[in-house]
Design a binder for this molecule. Structure first.
Ligand SMILES: [Fe+2]
Length: 335
């Protein structure tokens, strides 16, 4: 576990209080905030933590990373109940999130989700408590975010940052862990391009599904990957349907890594190498979330966006032909 020293945290907090949160739709203003946040993180992060971050963001690096005792806004407003960033909020946590991610990867957003904000408020929303979404309170079965997008355009990872959270755990189940527990026939079925992944409720629009793809597969350099939508996965035939049911049952039997993202804790994980879930939310809970990807150039090219754009239309990306072709050849486990 990595932990920032109290004295460093306090100095970082004081400096971050000097930053104003910009209108993120103004790319110039966002870039200025991003740069200032990167300078602060560079000044205050211990070399040992920076080294761990660099390792995490490398393709062969670990699946997840936890950093504790990071700066949090000293005067935090009440937890929002509408899913929106309170106007009166200071910009400390956003500066920390941006400073942790931005030196190593690009922050990514979708205009269809949370108005294209690069940082999302994750808190129960009144009226949505029973939904399987970041706005709900019910226990969240294991899933991947935005699985309906192909690997070329999806985020590669997520950062969750705690603002208010007493004891609701985030659960992580790794692809390696699932594969090790799966019988050979199941691994073979799940590696086939036989599953269409549907759009999550947080996008507020129904009807987006992926091309048929695998759920669990090993890539050309030996890393195991997993992708499973939260809302709905449509198997292409009965055989795939049986494999999907068995996969769900297997995941439910496994022991996940449990991380309580408490205030000042950042949990980073690779969204195509672990599934995540969440315990039921009992009390007040407010996290912030950002998606990241090594490069957004492919998304910019596909949507004819300007050089620094980071928010894209998921519908336009989903409509690009062949968008879900795997980046590595999918091995056949049937041999
Ligand atoms: Fe999620």
């Amino acid at each position: 576990m990595l932990r920032v020293a109290n004295t460093i945290r306090d100095q970082w907090t004081r400096d971050a209080l000097g930053l104003a949160y910009p209108d993120y739709r103004d790319l110039q203003a966002w870039n200025a905030f991003r740069q200032a946040s990167v300078y602060l993180a560079r000044d205050y992060l211990a070399t040992s933590i920076t080294d761990e971050l660099r390792e995490f963001f490398s393709p062969m690096g670990p699946e997840c990373l936890v950093i504790e005792n990071l700066p949090v806004d000293p005067d935090l407003p009440p937890v929002p109940t509408d899913g929106k960033r309170p106007a009166a909020k200071q910009a400390v946590s956003e500066a920390v999130i941006t400073g942790l991610v931005s030196p190593f990867a690009e922050m990514l957003a979708f205009v269809n989700e949370k108005n294209g904000s690069p940082i999302h408020e994750v808190a129960p929303i009144a009226g949505f408590e029973q939904t399987q979404s970041n706005a709900g309170r019910t226990a969240f079965a294991y899933y991947s975010d935005n699985a309906f997008l192909g690997r070329r355009y999806r985020q590669q990872g997520l950062l969750l940052f705690g603002l208010c959270n007493r004891n609701t755990a985030t659960l992580l189940l790794s692809a390696e862990q699932i594969a090790a527990a799966a019988p050979r026939w199941l691994r073979a079925e799940l590696a086939l391009p036989a599953f269409r992944q549907a759009c999550p409720q947080s996008f507020g629009s129904a009807g987006l599904v992926s091309e048929p793809g695998p759920i669990l597969w090993r890539d050309g350099v030996g890393l195991m990957h997993v992708t499973a939508a939260s809302s709905f996965i449509e198997p292409v035939d009965e055989q795939a349907g049986d494999a999907l049911a068995e996969f769900r049952a297997l995941c439910a039997r496994l022991q996940p890594l449990r991380v309580v993202v408490t205030p000042g804790t950042a949990l980073l994980f690779k969204d195509d190498r672990v599934l995540h879930g969440r315990d039921q939310v009992a009390g007040a809970r407010w996290l912030q979330r950002t998606y990241f990807r090594e490069s957004l150039d492919g998304l910019r090219a596909a949507t004819h966006s300007p050089p620094h754009a980071f928010a894209f239309d998921a519908r336009a990306l989903n409509a690009v032909p062949g968008h879900s072709v795997p980046e590595f050849p999918v091995p056949d486990f049937r041999e």
